[in-house]
Design a protein around this ligand. Structure first.
Ligand code: B12
Length: 215
């Protein structure tokens, strides 16, 4: 099977909400040595975009989105160990979660997998996380960076709240934010330190922020 066919099958498995196929083709992709980033961007996320269009058009409903999400998560579990960096020394501690009121977790999980693969210690605090909880865990774990994911316009202001609470608690961490409604301009406006539009870019973003901090 050539690479494009495997990626198309992965995309189709999400569109079909077929967990078994998602796992099967994720395994084939890894056996064939396909870049896990491509499996996410050109396979899984492509399928999920299609699902989203169907949802927007009223052709699909939440239970189906949930099934597609489960298929995507099952595939991510298989490819996660392949986000490997040769240098295994810990490069920094990152606390990652989805903001308060937001239960979307797939994008956050992708970011966690990519950061772990790049050698960071990642503490995944889950979804629907209160800013005070982010703050407590970051302080306890001596985190270098805290990341907050928001997928809805109504939960986006929670990123601003995180920055406010961290300042109030005199927590000395860098902050990174992302998720579909989040933009670089927004992150600048709330006093966050970094934005990236995808899990692929989050690794270079945190590397750059830590380098700048240690300079
Ligand atoms: C899957 C999904 C769900 C699943 C979530 C399952 C799960 N375990 O996560 C379920 C079915 C549970 C769900 C529920 C709801 N959903 Co929903 N969901 C989606 C959907 C289709 C895909 C999201 C996704 O997983 N994408 C794939 C991942 C890989 O991409 P990503 O999340 O964007 O993440 C990437 C980047 O954004 C970035 N990134 C993400 N986080 C972070 C964090 C940092 C720090 C950084 C740097 C980068 C970064 O990197 C990631 C990897 O590349 C989106 C539509 C869409 N296309 O976004 C709607 C969507 C987000 N949902 C929406 C809504 C409204 C809801 C509900 C309120 C529906 C309802 N009526 O109940 C509930 C939410 C309840 C709540 N309180 O949170 C709306 C939001 C609209 C808006 N703009 O406000 C969307 C846009 C659908 C739509 N078209 O209306 N949903």
């Amino acid at each position: 099977m050539d690479e494009q066919t495997v990626l198309d099958c992965i995309s189709k498995s999400i569109i079909d909400m077929n967990i078994q196929d998602a796992k099967k083709y994720a395994r084939i992709a890894m056996d064939e040595g396909i870049d896990p980033n491509d499996v996410i961007d050109k396979g899984l996320a492509k399928g999920m975009d299609h699902i989203n269009v169907q949802f927007d058009e009223g052709k699909l409903f939440l239970p189906q989105i949930l099934m597609a999400s489960k298929a995507m998560e099952a595939a991510i579990d298989i490819i996660e160990p392949y986000f490997k960096d040769d240098d295994v020394s810990i490069k920094g501690i990152i606390v990652m979660g989805s903001v308060k009121g937001d239960i979307h977790s797939i994008g956050k999980n992708v970011c966690c997998a990519m950061l772990r693969g790049a050698g960071f210690k990642v503490i995944d605090v889950g979804a629907d996380v209160d800013p005070e909880v982010f703050s407590k865990i970051a302080s306890k774990e001596k985190a270098d960076i805290v990341g907050g994911s928001a997928l809805m316009t109504v939960s986006l202001p929670q990123q601003k709240e995180m920055v406010r609470v961290f300042k109030e608690n005199h927590l000395s961490v860098l902050t990174v934010f992302g998720g579909a409604p989040c933009t670089e301009e927004w992150v600048d406006s709330i006093g966050g330190d970094g934005y990236s539009s995808s899990g692929k870019e989050i690794v270079s973003l945190v590397r750059r922020l830590l380098e700048e901090r240690d300079r």
